[in-house]
Design a protein around this ligand. Structure first.
Ligand SMILES: Nc1nc2c(c(=O)[nH]1)N[C@H]1C(S)=C(S)[C@@H](COP(=O)(O)O)O[C@H]1N2
Ligand SMILES: [Mo]
Length: 314
């Protein structure tokens, strides 16, 4: 990642550059994009633009949620530029999240290209409040709306040869100015999971946050959320899902394999070669806090990595 100092930029550097977008504008954007209504079962719609009817589940951290302003104006989405404020400034006007299809292929009995709103109907919408820890050393707490990744993947009937799942983001130069130069970064953005990680109940596909349709800068219309892994594993604006026998190549691993491993589980005991991972700055707070093993989700996910040397296989 391109970062300026070990702790990431101070919050004071970020605030003045923000462009404030009201919740009203979000709503209008969602209506214009045609997303409304398709996300909400008929008759349960509270008001336009909201994702009413999302059930609260047991996946709710107690930590205070990061403000909507910070969640939507301090972003990494390199397809729209490498500065934290660029996704919010550029993505809403450029990214067209509808119509949107996702191609599901590879080692599965029922490959298909499906409309995103059809995918979203795979399972009831849930709200989950998850910690989010970026490899750069900052963190947030985000109330997502979405559905379990396993419920979506099951529909396509992965075979026994599906050892991994590979994901790709859109890389349309017309909508994403950052992808025009293909010499700097190996577009499209790509990520991957072992099949058991992908099927884990914590693995989530977000289609909204703070009860509203997912803003463009957060990866509209559909993005992964893997709260026990560094944020870069949570790939945005997904257009392709592929079941495969071989371990997928990933965007950051290909750029800097010694810095960004395939697993990239949050681990305070394994430093990034250029900075410590022992602590993090929660956006909106002043003092740094200790980083937790698996970002605080060890009880749920540690079993996935039993017997692995997490320092070597990071
Ligand atoms: N396609 C794509 N997905 C991406 C990124 C990106 O640049 N492109 N950045 C990643 C990183 S580094 C982080 S920390 C999270 C940020 O998600 P957020 O902006 O919703 O907080 O998205 C991840 N997913
Ligand atoms: Mo990140």
């Amino acid at each position: 990642m391109i970062i300026r100092s070990a702790g990431g930029p101070a919050t004071s550097e970020i605030t003045p550059r923000r462009v404030w977008l009201s919740r009203r504008q979000w709503l209008t954007g969602a209506v214009a994009a045609g997303a409304v209504g398709m996300l909400v079962p008929l008759g349960r719609q509270a008001r336009a633009g909201t994702l009413a009817g999302a059930t609260k589940t047991r996946y709710q951290v107690e930590d205070k949620a990061t403000s909507l302003e910070d969640v939507t104006h301090y972003n990494n989405f390199y397809e729209f530029g490498t500065d934290k404020d660029e996704p919010a400034r550029r993505a809403p006007g450029l990214l067209r999240p509808r119509p949107w299809t996702v191609r599901v292929e590879g080692e599965c009995a029922a490959p298909a290209t499906v409309d995103v709103d059809d995918l979203i109907r795979s399972s009831a919408l849930e709200e989950r409040i998850y910690r989010h820890r970026c490899v750069e050393g900052w963190s947030m707490v985000i109330p997502w709306v979405g559905l379990p990744l396993s419920a979506v993947l099951d529909r396509f009937q992965p075979t026994s040869r599906a050892k991994y799942v590979a994901f790709e983001s859109l890389a349309d130069p017309a909508q994403m100015p950052g992808t025009r130069d293909r010499t700097l970064f190996p577009w499209p953005y790509r990520e991957g999971l072992r099949i058991d990680e992908a099927m884990h109940p914590l693995a989530f596909l977000a289609v909204g946050l703070y009860g509203e349709t997912l803003p463009a800068q957060n990866g509209a219309p559909i993005r992964l959320v893997l709260p026990w892994k560094y944020g870069f594993k949570s790939i945005k604006s997904v257009v392709s899902i592929r079941f495969q026998e071989a371990r997928p190549e990933t965007f950051w691993n290909r750029l800097a394999p010694s810095e960004y491993g395939f697993y990239s589980n949050v681990n305070p005991g394994v430093d990034h070669p250029r900075w410590s991972q022992a602590k993090e700055r929660r956006i909106g707070e002043f003092l740094r806090r200790p980083t937790l093993m698996f970002n605080g989700y060890a009880e749920e996910v540690a079993g996935l990595y039993a017997g692995m040397d997490l320092k070597r296989d990071f």
